[in-house]
Design a protein around this ligand. Structure first.
Ligand code: AMP
Ligand code: MG
Length: 339
């Protein structure tokens, strides 16, 4: 199969709609990362997405809809804070988990009685969702456990010959996946950190908790995705805290002397230090939004230039950086978390 990359035009949207209606999958841009989209109503399309990605079959998918889609067709808005959150964040990188009305394929939520829904703000994603008019499941368009894609080229690198069409909407501005927030209990609970922070949610509804799975008790995790090694480049990766920078530098020198091709991924402030040592550096930038937007691009660059990546954690650890840090830590996991 030839994989075409096409800019978003009335013609390419028509082509995408035809593919979706015949049970196929299409890669689409969003403001977070590129997604691998298929009809949420179609068991076969949903199954195909799990297979193409090699995604563990207990990791549920998010349904994406356009901004005027009537969500009451799919979910019950039980708690009043869920309505407040929808009004405060009508579009953007926030996924809300509601009690499901069971209208989508049961494969979408992997047997859970809830459904995660997001309304992306990306204009190309909106145009696509309007063209198809049905909810689209769209997990990140990368092979499972690999780094998420923030450009059409990244999608092609993972799925060339495996999918018919990639809609090209440019580079993703957000850069990390949406915040996933459970809206089935008394207060909202963040299941996955992202660009909409705990503080932003608490500002709207007064309170917001962060889910911490009790892995040792073997209970069913609320968001199975959190257990998997994820976002990982195909090179060995070592993560150092920003206050352990001397150790990172020593490790760089030792591994380079040992003959390894080593690169360093860090905020702009550390570049000179590592460049003085002769290191190839991958610059995450200065501001929080720059760091989030560049993270996956730099992790993908790393796998092409080194055998060992020394990654330095961002200095700031609150707000949006909670999500960035979470991705970086998982990228550096050597295997899935065992239960
Ligand atoms: P991805 O599609 O790769 O962005 O991952 C979707 C994320 O949303 C994963 O972390 C899932 O575990 C989480 N998720 C999707 N549906 C649900 C749901 N019904 N309940 C809880 N978490 C969900
Ligand atoms: Mg993903």
């Amino acid at each position: 199969m030839e994989t075409k990359i096409k800019k978003i035009t009335p013609d390419s949207l028509r082509e995408a709609k035809n593919i979706i209606e015949s049970g196929g999958v299409v890669a689409i841009p969003t403001e977070t990362v590129y997604g691998l989209g298929g009809s949420a109503f179609d068991d076969t399309a949903v199954q195909k997405i799990f297979e193409i990605k090699g995604r563990p079959n207990d990791n549920p998918l998010i349904a994406h809809v356009h901004r005027d889609y009537d969500l009451s067709k799919l979910v019950d808005f039980q708690p009043s804070y869920a309505k407040k959150l929808r009004e405060a964040f009508p579009v953007g990188p926030l996924t809300l988990v509601y009690p499901s009305r069971g209208k989508v394929s049961p494969r979408v939520s992997c047997g859970l009685d809830t459904l995660a829904v997001r309304v992306p703000s990306h204009e190309g994603a909106q145009a696509f969702l309007r063209a198809v008019e049905i909810p689209i499941v769209a997990p990140s368009a990368n092979l499972s456990r690999h780094v998420s894609p923030t450009s059409a080229r990244h999608v092609l690198d993972d799925f060339d010959g495996k999918i018919p069409l990639i809609l090209d909407g440019g580079e993703c501005v957000g850069g990390i996946e949406s915040t996933v927030c459970d809206c089935t209990g008394e207060t909202p609970v963040i299941l996955r950190a992202g660009l909409i922070t705990r503080e932003m949610i608490a500002d709207v509804v007064g309170d917001c908790k962060v889910y911490e799975p009790k892995l040792e008790r073997g209970e069913r995790v609320k968001s199975p995705g959190i257990l998997y090694k994820h976002y990982s480049p195909r090179c060995q990766t070592l993560l150092f805290a920003a206050d352990d920078i001397e150790n990172a530098a020593l490790t760089y020198q030792r591994e380079t002397l040992g003959g390894k091709r080593v690169a360093v991924l860090c905020e702009e402030r550390w570049l000179t230090l590592f460049e003085t040592l002769g290191a190839k550096t991958l610059n995450l930038g200065k501001t929080r939004s720059e760091i989030a937007a560049r993270l996956y691009k730099r992790l993908r660059e790393a796998e092409n230039i080194c055998e060992l990546l020394i990654a330095i954690e961002p200095t700031e650890k609150d707000g949006v950086m909670v999500g960035v840090l979470n991705r970086l830590q998982k990228a550096c996991l050597s295997e899935d978390i065992k239960r």
